[in-house]
Each structure stands twice: as structure tokens, then as C-alpha cells.
Design a protein around this ligand. Structure first.
Ligand code: ZN
Length: 306
């Protein structure tokens, strides 16, 4: 396509047309224990659905990625890292990156700064203990990035965040404490709206076939390929690692490969590439300064309460 829809795409390594990471959030039953303290242990069916992740989905995904010789990023809450350490070890042994995803999938924009800091610290500890490495990447559970998150991530040495949705290509998040790389995605690349029907979490989507879901994922990929963008899925092993969806993922990677010149890499590598471009002056990313506003926007007239 000759009309370019992205003004200033970054140069990707080796002239690749776009960058791709199949990033997954391995939540297992953290969400259940977070939302249903007191009754979580009695919700056996939901537990079994989510425990499909360590039992079936992670080994299956590792095998798929080994087949294609690609490395990915998996964001994991600290409690899941500790509870399902063998899955984490399997991922690490195969060269995949483990990113931070809270401790018990807390919605951090509901927490105080101190509690958010405590959750961040416990998650780092858990990942360090099991992988031997401090995480450099972060995705806020439930997209609940808070007004304190950027400062806390910078204070704790993170190099990138992958929670926000503000662009088609990487950009820089800047605050009072410094800056880091943002690797944005979008709900079009999240698997919950395509497949999830779980009463416990108040989400009952009409479940779509993998072919229909991949029409959406593929449209995003084709546009990223044509215009030099970034394609980052926000998928979950217990959802997209189910048999028919994993089979469709195999076909999709084959399709990506057939188009050629696609850079598939863990998010930490994509963030490091962006930093290197920025430091060398080879590319100037857009800067988003946080917070977007220092105060609430006043209402012109009082709104009726309901
Ligand atoms: Zn999650």
C-alpha cells in the first residue's frame, strides 16, 4: 500500500516490516482467589479451567514456539510464579521472558501508593526467586495502570511497560522520576472479548470460532505489516492455549512467516531496540507525559445523581 498510515514508524531490525510478540498473561486462578476470598476453593470448575494453563497450555505453547524457533513474553502474577514454579522454569529454560503482572492480580488503581509498591515488590521477589532474574517488563493486571505506576516502575528499574493503548508503535512514557518504553496493544488483540464466557468474572461473550477471532487478529497484523507497526497480543494460556485456538495459532504463525520480514521477539528485546534507536538518534519516539491531567476536569453544570 503506498499510502502510509503511520507517520513515523521505527526502523525494525534487518529491515523487518513490523515487530510481533505473542505476549501471554498467565493468571491461573489468581483472579478467582482475588475476587472470591472465602469461596474460591469451592469453585472447582473455574479452577479447573484456569489450571489448564500450567497443565496443558504452557507445555503446548512452549512446543509451538520451539517448532517455529521464536521467543515470547509471559506476564505472571507473583503468586502464580511461586505456586506454579515448574511452568515458569520450563518457559525460562526455553528462552522466554517472564514479566511482572502483580502479585494476586490486584487492580492497582484501586490501591494506595504504598500497597501498590508492596504488590510490585512481592512480584519482583517471586520472579527473582524462581527465575534468578529481576523482571524488566510490566503489564498491569486488568489494565488497571495507576497514577503511581510509572514512578514505581522507574524506581524499581523496569525498562518497559506493556499495559497501555496509546499508539500503533512504541512510545516513551515520561514522568517526574524519568521515563520508560511503552509497548502498546489494544483490545482488538486481547482474547477475552473473542472467547470468554465465565459467570464468575461477569464476562459472557458469545464465543467465536478461532477462525472468526483470527480474522480480527490477522487484520491487525496485516495493517502492522503494511505500515510498520507493532503487533502485541494480550492472550491467556487458559483461553488461547485451548486445543482449537492453539491449532489456529500455528496456522497464523505460518501465515506470518509466509509474508516474510516479520520480527518476532520478546518484549524486552523490542524495548531494548527502541532504547538503542532513541539513544543513537536513529529514531525519535513520541513522548507521552504522565499524569495526563493534574486535576479533575470540572463539570460545567451539576449532573443528576442516579
Ligand atoms: Zn492478567
Amino acid at each position: 500500500m503506498s499510502l502510509k498510515l503511520i507517520d513515523n514508524p521505527p526502523p525494525w531490525p534487518n529491515g523487518a516490516r513490523c515487530a510481533v510478540c505473542f505476549s501471554f498473561d498467565m493468571d491461573v486462578e489468581s483472579l478467582l482467589h482475588l475476587n472470591y476470598q472465602g469461596s474460591a476453593r469451592r469453585r472447582i470448575v473455574t479452577s479447573s479451567t484456569m489450571r489448564y494453563e500450567p497443565i496443558r497450555a504452557i507445555p503446548r505453547l512452549v512446543e509451538i514456539w520451539r517448532h517455529f524457533d521464536v521467543k515470547q513474553t509471559v506476564f505472571v502474577p507473583g503468586w502464580c510464579v511461586e505456586t506454579y514454579a515448574p511452568s515458569i522454569e520450563l518457559l525460562v529454560k526455553n528462552g522466554h521472558e517472564i514479566g511482572h503482572h502483580g502479585y494476586l492480580h490486584e487492580k492497582i488503581n484501586l490501591l494506595s501508593r504504598d500497597h501498590e509498591a508492596e504488590v510490585l515488590g512481592r512480584g519482583i521477589e517471586a520472579i527473582e526467586k524462581v527465575t534468578g532474574k529481576r523482571p524488566v517488563g510490566y503489564r498491569a493486571p486488568s489494565y488497571a495502570f495507576s497514577e503511581n505506576s510509572l514512578d514505581l516502575l522507574i524506581e524499581n528499574g523496569f525498562t518497559y511497560d506493556a499495559s497501555l493503548m496509546g499508539d500503533d508503535v512504541p512510545y516513551i512514557l515520561e514522568g517526574d522520576k524519568g521515563s520508560l518504553v511503552e509497548l502498546p496493544s489494544d483490545m482488538t488483540l486481547d482474547d477475552w472479548p473473542q472467547y470468554v464466557s465465565m459467570k464468575e468474572f461477569g464476562v459472557q461473550m458469545p464465543i467465536r470460532s478461532p477462525e472468526r477471532a483470527f480474522e480480527v487478529f490477522r487484520a491487525e497484523f496485516d495493517a502492522a505489516f503494511d505500515h510498520g507497526g507493532l503487533w502485541v497480543s494480550v492472550w491467556h494460556p487458559f483461553i488461547s492455549g485451548r486445543l482449537s485456538r492453539a491449532a489456529e495459532m500455528v496456522k497464523f504463525i505460518e501465515y506470518m512467516r509466509s509474508r516474510g520480514d516479520v520480527w518476532i521477539a520478546p518484549l524486552a528485546e523490542i524495548a531494548a531496540h527502541v532504547e538503542q534507536l532513541r539513544n543513537s538518534g536513529a529514531w525519535t519516539p513520541r513522548i507521552d507525559r504522565l499524569p495526563y491531567r493534574d486535576a479533575e476536569v470540572p463539570h460545567l453544570v451539576p449532573l443528576p445523581q442516579n
